[in-house]
Design a protein around this ligand. Structure first.
Ligand SMILES: [Zn+2]
Length: 130
């Protein structure tokens, strides 16, 4: 056990990595191990932090599970917020374009009505000429 935050070399002669254990027996306890451990390095291992008291071992894993549950809830809620923002954007576009579409429809309708009036009046005029 080194109990320091200084550098430690492994059996390979490389600088050992400082990692954190997240097991139920040693939650949050730091240790040194070979930086190449998973890729054929040596089996060097040394705790950086002192052993944890029983109270910490009993409480910390539950807190970690609670944190993970809350992180999942945050992820779910962020997804829902994103979906609501997309819907909100579509509604905003609809609200912006709706008056424009209404104006165009009214303009076309009034133009068609004017043309209909002219068409209706033309035969009357032709009758008067005849
Ligand atoms: Zn090593």
């Amino acid at each position: 056990m080194s109990h320091t935050t200084g550098f430690v070399d492994c059996y390979c002669g490389r600088r050992a990595a400082l990692r954190t254990s997240w097991t139920d027996d040693n939650p949050g306890r730091r240790f040194h191990s070979c930086i190449q451990y998973t890729r054929g390095g040596c089996s060097f291992f040394d705790w950086e932090d002192p052993p944890m008291c029983r109270r910490s071992k009993a409480i910390i894993p539950g807190l970690l599970r609670r944190i993970n549950t809350l992180k999942e809830e945050v992820k779910t809620l962020e997804g829902e917020v994103g979906e609501l923002q997309r819907t909100n954007r579509k509604l905003f576009q609809f609200v912006v374009w709706l008056p424009c579409i209404f104006v165009v429809v009214v303009w076309i309708w009034s133009a068609l009505t004017a043309v209909k009036k002219q068409n209706v009046e033309v035969p009357r005029n032709t009758n008067m000429l005849a």
